[in-house]
Design a protein around this ligand. Structure first.
Ligand SMILES: *Cc1c(COP(=O)(O)O)cnc(C)c1O
Length: 410
């Protein structure tokens, strides 16, 4: 077999569909967020470097440049060095990880928490382990669940049924069809990051409870951003007590990197003792844990509450301004502001043009992240995006819509 030919043909097919992924070459600038420097390579010359405004970062609150986070990371780096030195099993647990796990457990009102190297790994490992090891387990999975949960469920080889997105009645019907005593896990998210809609967490959890199911909630796009202390939608809705496993990331609103689950001591210890994706990999470096710990503490405080209020205001303002400008903004209940394009090639063309002509960076979102025909731009305004940034964005979008004749039948 001509392996290289095969790879190149597959890549060419992605390009033809407009689905080939091109990563912008960016340099984030601490203290300047949402501004960043974009590198454009030039034949035989140094890169051209252009300042751009980032409109699609998942560093939702700009914590990746917060002075307390940076100071904590610098201090930990100087004091403890760079890496973790191995898996926790082999090298022990750095004390900062112990502190961070305590902080996260407390944030969610759970007995204990367990860190992983990313949110993806935490879902794949924790959900995979629970579904694989609970005897004859069946998983009820929301239709819009993230790839990392799907990966875990698939690895577990447990039976899986998909319930209609955010539909507690459909979940209830599917749960009722299972034998009463059977092990069941209901897996879902709170904020869905492509449509920006929010699950009825309390209703889904109540349905699960009625049928004796465990609840597994991915709060990746909510931790730090919802609830009085940043405990997510489950905190905001007073539903955290009804959730067995709350899963989150340290890589989005907390601005650093890593993932975790929080739950009862027995459940979390069971995952710790059985999950390959936890046991056999080097743990987070101490400086990362220190940064995350600082970020969680800032976002628990009054400063965090003020940032959350401003964050929501920015999102509502941007939605109103897009609608006013006649742009096809999709309804969203959260901080995520999607604008529908509906065609992969056009979505990519709009994004390229925004970046090249207007220095606005927003990534096209294409299949398989969203269904075909639902391709979109996904804006994530932060507390650091000013009114002037919005003026510039709206003017850029209007100009690109006009130039590329978006939405005008050919
Ligand atoms: C980003 C994401 C993850 C993975 O989190 P990382 O920390 O980035 O690995 C998990 N679930 C959802 C819903 C996500 O969007």
């Amino acid at each position: 077999m001509d392996y290289q030919r095969f790879f190149l043909d597959q890549l060419a097919a992605l390009r033809r569909e407009g689905r080939y992924r091109v990563f912008a070459d960016l340099e984030r600038q601490a203290g300047m967020f949402p501004r960043a420097l974009r590198h454009v390579p030039r034949e035989g010359q140094p890169d051209r470097v252009i300042e751009v405004t980032v409109w699609c970062s998942n560093d939702y609150l700009g914590m990746g440049q917060h002075p307390q986070v940076l100071a904590a990371m610098r201090a930990a780096l100087d004091r403890h060095g760079a890496g973790a030195g191995g898996t926790r099993n082999i090298s022990g647990t750095h004390h900062l990880l112990v502190e961070l796990e305590r902080e996260l457990a407390q944030l969610h009102g759970k007995e204990v928490a367990l860190l992983f190297t990313s949110g993806y790994v935490s879902n794949q490992a924790a959900l995979g382990t629970l579904a694989a090891r609970l005897p004859e387990c069946v998983v009820l999975s929301d239709a819009m669940n993230h790839a990392s949960m799907i990966h875990g469920i698939r690895d577990s080889r447990a039976e899986k049924h998909i319930f209609a997105h955010n539909d507690a009645a459909d979940l209830e019907r599917k749960l009722a069809a299972e034998p009463k005593g059977r092990a069941k896990i209901v897996a879902f998210e709170s904020v869905y990051s492509m449509d920006g809609d929010i699950a009825p967490v309390g209703e889904l959890a109540a349905a699960a409870r009625r049928h004796g199911a465990l609840t597994y909630l991915d709060e990746v796009h909510a931790v730090g951003m919802y609830g009085a202390h940043g405990g997510g939608v489950s905190e905001r809705d007073g539903a955290a007590g009804q959730i067995d496993v709350i899963e989150g990331t340290l890589g989005k609103a907390f601005g650093v990197m890593g993932g975790y689950i929080a739950g009862t001591a027995a459940l979390v210890d069971f995952v710790r003792s059985n999950a390959g994706g936890f046991i056999f990999t080097t743990s987070l470096p101490p400086a990362v844990a220190a940064g995350a710990l600082a970020a969680v503490r800032v976002l628990k405080s009054d400063e965090g509450r003020a940032m959350r209020a401003r964050h929501q205001e920015r999102a509502r303002t941007l939605m109103a301004r897009l609608a006013e400008a006649g742009l096809p903004v999709m309804p969203s209940q959260s901080h995520i502001v999607p604008v529908l394009v509906g065609d992969a090639a056009q979505c990519k063309a709009i994004s390229d043009r925004l970046l090249d002509a207007h220095h606005v960076y927003v990534q096209p979102i294409n299949y398989p992240t969203v269904p075909r025909g639902a391709e979109r731009l996904r804006f994530t305004p932060t507390p650091l995006h000013s009114d002037a940034d919005m003026d510039h964005l709206i003017q850029a979008l209007r100009s690109v819509w006009r130039d590329l004749k978006v939405g005008v039948a050919a």
